[in-house]
Each structure stands twice: as C-alpha cells, then as structure tokens.
Design a protein around this ligand. Structure first.
Ligand code: AMP
Length: 318
C-alpha cells in the first residue's frame, strides 16, 4: 500500500517523501480514504500508530480542494487535544505535511500569553489545534468564531474526559455547525465516551488498530537467562528483591502447583490460580491477592485476561 493509492494529492505526497514516510501505517490505510469520502470516524488508536497523519492529511487535502477562504476570526478545521504538549506536536505535524498547501494553522493552549493567539485568530485560521480550556476563554472574548468549522477532530478523547474537559467540549460543540465532519480518536471507549460519540458522530465508520496483547509503555521488561535447574532459585531471588506482590505465570497447572509448594516451603504466602481449582478456590486466591494477603499468585494464563489489579508491581513469566 502506498500513500498515492490512498488518493492523496501531489503536494502532500512530496511532503511525506520529505518526511521519510514511505508506507502508510494501518490506521492511515483505513482512515484516510474514509475521511476523504466525507465520513465521520470513530477510531480506536493509541499514540504511536500514526493517527495524527491519519486525520491531518485528508483534512488538509479537503481544505485545499474546497478552495474556501477563511474569514476573519473564522476556523475551518478544529482539532481538540487534551494537553499543551500534544497541541504543539499536532501543529508541528500539520505544518510539516501541509508546507506546500498555503493553509494557515495555529495552536491555542493555556499557560502562554493569549495575545499572539488572539492576533492569529483575528486573521482566521484554516486548521486550529486547541485545548478546550483556552479555546473557551477565547470564545468568551469573541476572539474566535467556530460557526464555519467544517471538520472537527477529538484527539485522545478518553484522556480529555479523564481530565474533566467534558463540559467544555459540550459547550464548544454547541457553537459548531451541525453540518460538519467529525472524527474521534481514543485509546479506549468507556460508556461515557460512547455516549458523547453517539451525540456527535453521524453514521461513523469504526476503525480499530489497537495492537493486540500490547503491554503499557510504562512497563519495564527484563529477561533473565537461567538454566532450567536454577529457575526456582532465580525465582526466589527475584521475589526477595520485590517485597510487595508478584504475579507469576506458569505454563501448566501442575507446574503452578509445584511452584506454590516450593514457595510455601520457603515461607512465602502464595496461592495457585488455574482451571483445575474450584471456582471457590480461584475466587479466594484472587481475592486474597487483591487484598494483599497473598504475596505471590501463581497462575496459568486464565489469569492473563481482564484481571484488574491495582498497582501490581511485578509479573514474572516463569
Ligand atoms: P502519532 O501516532 O501520530 O503520534 O505518530 C507517531 C510517529 O510516527 C510520529 O513520529 C510520526 O511522525 C511517525 N509516522 C506517522 N506515520 C508514519 C509513516 N507512515 N511512516 C513513518 N513514520 C510515520
């Protein structure tokens, strides 16, 4: 798959070549044609998937092809983001991809002087990237008008809700025309976010590129190379080094029981969790682990899905 086959114009293709992008990422392959076709989009995608180009490229192209001129204080495309850092980062991407298109773009966010932002808004902005709080401030001062917005993007929508921006987002939505394209990007879709999506998206195309079985980036991974005969000693050593709690994964049920007997003989409060245990024993083991009473839970992969343990310090794949 190439960017050309996604229907992007020569100006954008040259900018992508200059940026060193030769192949579109999965989210770009799925999102770009849908956005160019004018559809609303609900995309499940994390940072690092290339989602910024997934919305920025088709929006830049549509703004160019539409040929409308932005009016003073007007905005043609609005991208809402949760943080200042992300606003600055998205603006840099928009400017890089659009450097041949002669469209104006600005970021509006808090913590810096309003004056240059008000001046930029006064001239009109083709692509505005904003955090909800500062945008509300400028709207209240009549420094910016959103009545001409044709494209709206909510980037990192779950994060915006976590940060308490829902009321601001709703008020901003109230100032936008109903006739517009809306794209929502989020790593997760909790019920509150689905409700918001239902009120703001019209027949959205769903795109999901969340990587399967991916671990959070904040997890540090370490591999210890040990001979089979010394694995248990290595486990003891690691458990002594981690005074809080550890979840140990064993490949087999029998292996899990053996590890528990071994750990018990060294005085560790441990329990096994696997499919040969009664539901009662499984529930008890998990509850004991969640309460902190059990220090080491030795489990087969039945425990590897959907278990939400707060602040689990360490996992060992034995
Ligand atoms: P994002 O998920 O939008 O934050 O993008 C993550 C990183 O991937 C950024 O540094 C982008 O510049 C880069 N990137 C996005 N799309 C591509 C692509 N098709 N080829 C190479 N790098 C890309």
């Amino acid at each position: 798959m190439t960017f050309e086959s996604l229907g992007l114009c020569p100006e954008l293709l040259r900018a992508l070549a200059a940026a060193g992008y030769d192949t579109p990422t999965p989210i770009q392959v799925k999102a770009i044609p849908e956005v160019l076709a004018g559809h609303d989009l609900m995309a499940s995608a994390q940072t690092g998937t290339g989602k910024t180009a997934g919305f920025a490229l088709p929006i830049l192209q549509m703004l160019k092809q539409n040929g409308e001129r932005v009016v003073p204080k007007g905005v043609r495309a609005l991208v809402l983001v949760p943080t200042r850092e992300l606003a600055a980062q998205v603006l840099a991407s928009v400017q890089r991809y659009g450097n041949e298109l002669k469209l104006s773009s600005t970021a509006i966010y808090g913590g810096v002087s309003e004056r240059p932002q008000i001046a930029a808004a006064a001239r009109g902005i083709d692509v505005l990237i904003a955090t909800p709080g500062r945008l509300m401030d400028l709207m209240q001062q009549n420094a910016v008008s959103l009545s001409g917005v044709r494209h709206l993007v909510l980037d990192e929508a779950d994060r915006m809700l976590d940060m308490g921006f829902l009321p601001a987002i709703k008020r901003i939505l109230g100032k936008l025309p109903k006739q517009r394209q809306t794209l929502m990007f989020s790593a997760t879709f909790a019920p509150e976010l689905r409700d918001l999506a239902n009120t703001m998206l019209v027949n959205p195309v769903s795109v999901d590129v969340s990587p399967r079985n991916s671990s959070a980036v904040s997890v540090e991974h370490v591999v210890h190379m040990v001979e089979d005969a010394r694995k248990r000693d290595a486990l003891l050593h690691l458990l002594h080094a981690e005074p809080r709690q550890t979840l140990v994964f064993s490949r087999t049920k029998h292996g899990a029981d053996k590890v528990v007997r071994f750990l018990d003989s060294y005085g560790f409060n441990s329990a096994a969790l696997h499919g040969n245990k009664s539901q009662n024993a499984r529930t008890k083991a998990l509850a004991g682990f969640k309460s902190g009473e059990i220090k080491v839970l030795v489990a087969t992969d039945i425990a590897s899905r959907g278990i939400d343990i707060k602040e689990l310090p360490a996992v060992i794949n034995f």
